[in-house]
Design a protein around this ligand. Sequence first.
Ligand code: SF4
Ligand code: SF4
Length: 153
Amino acid sequence: MALLEFAQGLGVTLRNMFRPPTTIKYPEQRRVLPERERGRHVLHRYENGLERCIGCYLCAGACPADCIYIEAAENTPENRVSAGERYARVYEIDMLRCIFCGFCEEACPTGAITLEPILDISDYSRGPMIYTKDMLLEPPRNLDDLAAEASHR
Ligand code: SF4
Ligand code: SF4
Protein backbone atom coordinates (compact mmCIF):
# COMPACT_ATOMS: atom_id res chain seq x y z
CA MET A 1 0.00 0.00 0.00
CA ALA A 2 2.73 2.40 1.03
CA LEU A 3 4.62 1.47 -2.13
CA LEU A 4 1.63 2.45 -4.28
CA GLU A 5 1.36 5.87 -2.60
CA PHE A 6 5.10 6.34 -2.98
CA ALA A 7 4.85 5.61 -6.72
CA GLN A 8 1.90 7.98 -7.07
CA GLY A 9 3.84 10.74 -5.31
CA LEU A 10 6.86 10.10 -7.51
CA GLY A 11 4.58 10.30 -10.55
CA VAL A 12 3.41 13.77 -9.54
CA THR A 13 7.05 14.85 -9.14
CA LEU A 14 8.05 13.45 -12.53
CA ARG A 15 5.07 15.06 -14.29
CA ASN A 16 5.92 18.48 -12.89
CA MET A 17 9.66 18.23 -13.49
CA PHE A 18 9.17 18.80 -17.22
CA ARG A 19 6.63 21.61 -16.99
CA PRO A 20 7.85 25.19 -17.51
CA PRO A 21 8.40 26.93 -14.15
CA THR A 22 5.73 29.32 -12.94
CA THR A 23 8.10 31.18 -10.63
CA ILE A 24 10.60 33.84 -11.70
CA LYS A 25 14.00 34.91 -10.38
CA TYR A 26 12.89 38.10 -8.62
CA PRO A 27 14.32 40.74 -8.38
CA GLU A 28 16.50 40.07 -11.46
CA GLN A 29 13.35 39.16 -13.40
CA ARG A 30 10.08 41.03 -13.01
CA ARG A 31 6.59 40.30 -14.17
CA VAL A 32 4.89 42.77 -16.47
CA LEU A 33 2.05 44.13 -14.36
CA PRO A 34 -1.26 45.40 -15.72
CA GLU A 35 -1.17 49.12 -16.46
CA ARG A 36 -3.92 49.76 -13.93
CA GLU A 37 -2.24 47.82 -11.11
CA ARG A 38 -2.45 49.91 -7.93
CA GLY A 39 0.92 49.81 -6.23
CA ARG A 40 3.33 52.38 -4.87
CA HIS A 41 2.25 56.04 -4.96
CA VAL A 42 4.06 58.70 -6.99
CA LEU A 43 3.69 62.47 -6.63
CA HIS A 44 3.92 64.15 -10.02
CA ARG A 45 5.20 67.41 -11.45
CA TYR A 46 4.13 69.52 -14.40
CA GLU A 47 6.45 69.63 -17.37
CA ASN A 48 7.88 72.94 -16.16
CA GLY A 49 9.00 71.21 -12.95
CA LEU A 50 6.38 72.70 -10.62
CA GLU A 51 4.76 70.20 -8.29
CA ARG A 52 1.17 69.27 -9.08
CA CYS A 53 0.23 68.95 -5.41
CA ILE A 54 -1.40 72.10 -4.08
CA GLY A 55 -1.72 70.91 -0.49
CA CYS A 56 -5.53 70.80 -0.56
CA TYR A 57 -5.86 67.77 1.77
CA LEU A 58 -8.58 66.17 -0.38
CA CYS A 59 -6.60 62.93 -0.67
CA ALA A 60 -6.10 62.78 3.09
CA GLY A 61 -9.83 63.39 3.62
CA ALA A 62 -10.77 60.63 1.18
CA CYS A 63 -8.34 58.07 2.60
CA PRO A 64 -10.31 55.40 4.50
CA ALA A 65 -7.19 54.19 6.28
CA ASP A 66 -6.18 57.66 7.51
CA CYS A 67 -2.64 57.08 6.33
CA ILE A 68 -1.85 60.36 4.53
CA TYR A 69 -0.29 63.21 6.52
CA ILE A 70 0.09 66.64 4.89
CA GLU A 71 1.33 70.02 6.06
CA ALA A 72 0.63 72.74 3.49
CA ALA A 73 2.54 76.00 3.07
CA GLU A 74 2.06 79.12 0.95
CA ASN A 75 3.96 79.63 -2.30
CA THR A 76 5.81 82.94 -2.44
CA PRO A 77 7.35 84.80 -5.41
CA GLU A 78 10.78 83.82 -4.07
CA ASN A 79 9.84 80.21 -3.45
CA ARG A 80 7.25 78.88 -5.91
CA VAL A 81 6.97 75.12 -5.50
CA SER A 82 3.57 74.30 -7.00
CA ALA A 83 1.22 75.82 -9.55
CA GLY A 84 -1.40 76.76 -6.92
CA GLU A 85 -1.50 79.08 -3.91
CA ARG A 86 -0.15 76.40 -1.60
CA TYR A 87 2.04 73.35 -1.82
CA ALA A 88 2.65 70.32 0.37
CA ARG A 89 5.59 71.18 2.61
CA VAL A 90 5.19 67.77 4.23
CA TYR A 91 3.57 64.81 2.49
CA GLU A 92 3.76 61.39 4.05
CA ILE A 93 2.00 58.08 3.48
CA ASP A 94 2.10 55.29 6.05
CA MET A 95 2.42 52.36 3.66
CA LEU A 96 1.72 49.87 6.44
CA ARG A 97 -1.80 51.23 6.76
CA CYS A 98 -2.50 51.78 3.05
CA ILE A 99 -5.00 49.39 1.51
CA PHE A 100 -4.26 50.52 -2.07
CA CYS A 101 -7.86 51.47 -2.73
CA GLY A 102 -6.93 54.40 -4.99
CA PHE A 103 -9.35 56.85 -3.33
CA CYS A 104 -6.52 59.38 -2.93
CA GLU A 105 -5.93 59.30 -6.68
CA GLU A 106 -9.66 59.69 -7.37
CA ALA A 107 -9.98 62.65 -5.01
CA CYS A 108 -6.98 64.62 -6.30
CA PRO A 109 -8.06 67.61 -8.43
CA THR A 110 -4.68 68.08 -10.10
CA GLY A 111 -3.56 64.54 -10.90
CA ALA A 112 -0.75 65.00 -8.39
CA ILE A 113 -0.89 61.53 -6.90
CA THR A 114 -1.21 58.22 -8.69
CA LEU A 115 -0.76 54.60 -7.73
CA GLU A 116 1.70 53.02 -10.10
CA PRO A 117 2.34 49.35 -11.00
CA ILE A 118 5.30 49.17 -8.60
CA LEU A 119 5.11 46.49 -5.94
CA ASP A 120 8.55 46.70 -4.32
CA ILE A 121 7.17 47.85 -1.00
CA SER A 122 8.81 46.21 2.00
CA ASP A 123 11.34 46.79 4.74
CA TYR A 124 12.62 45.29 7.96
CA SER A 125 11.11 47.84 10.35
CA ARG A 126 8.15 50.19 10.59
CA GLY A 127 10.00 53.53 10.30
CA PRO A 128 11.07 53.29 6.64
CA MET A 129 7.52 52.30 5.68
CA ILE A 130 6.39 55.86 6.23
CA TYR A 131 7.11 57.22 2.76
CA THR A 132 8.09 60.87 2.81
CA LYS A 133 7.69 63.49 0.09
CA ASP A 134 11.32 62.99 -0.99
CA MET A 135 10.56 59.33 -1.63
CA LEU A 136 7.23 59.91 -3.36
CA LEU A 137 7.96 62.93 -5.58
CA GLU A 138 9.12 62.19 -9.10
CA PRO A 139 12.43 63.85 -9.96
CA PRO A 140 12.34 66.94 -12.18
CA ARG A 141 12.73 65.91 -15.81
CA ASN A 142 15.49 67.61 -17.71
CA LEU A 143 15.08 69.24 -21.10
CA ASP A 144 16.71 66.30 -22.91
CA ASP A 145 14.09 63.91 -21.48
CA LEU A 146 11.26 66.23 -22.54
CA ALA A 147 12.69 66.53 -26.06
CA ALA A 148 13.03 62.73 -26.31
CA GLU A 149 9.41 62.25 -25.14
CA ALA A 150 8.15 64.84 -27.65
CA SER A 151 9.97 63.10 -30.51
CA HIS A 152 8.15 59.82 -29.68
CA ARG A 153 4.66 61.38 -29.80
S1 SF4 B 1 -4.63 54.07 -1.71
FE1 SF4 B 1 -6.39 54.28 -0.32
S2 SF4 B 1 -5.58 53.71 1.68
FE2 SF4 B 1 -3.81 54.08 0.37
S3 SF4 B 1 -3.25 56.23 0.72
FE3 SF4 B 1 -4.66 56.19 -1.03
S4 SF4 B 1 -6.70 56.49 -0.16
FE4 SF4 B 1 -5.34 55.92 1.51
S1 SF4 C 1 -2.12 65.04 -3.71
FE1 SF4 C 1 -3.86 66.03 -4.74
S2 SF4 C 1 -5.57 65.81 -3.28
FE2 SF4 C 1 -3.68 65.43 -2.14
S3 SF4 C 1 -3.15 67.40 -1.23
FE3 SF4 C 1 -2.03 67.22 -3.19
S4 SF4 C 1 -3.36 68.20 -4.70
FE4 SF4 C 1 -4.64 67.82 -2.91
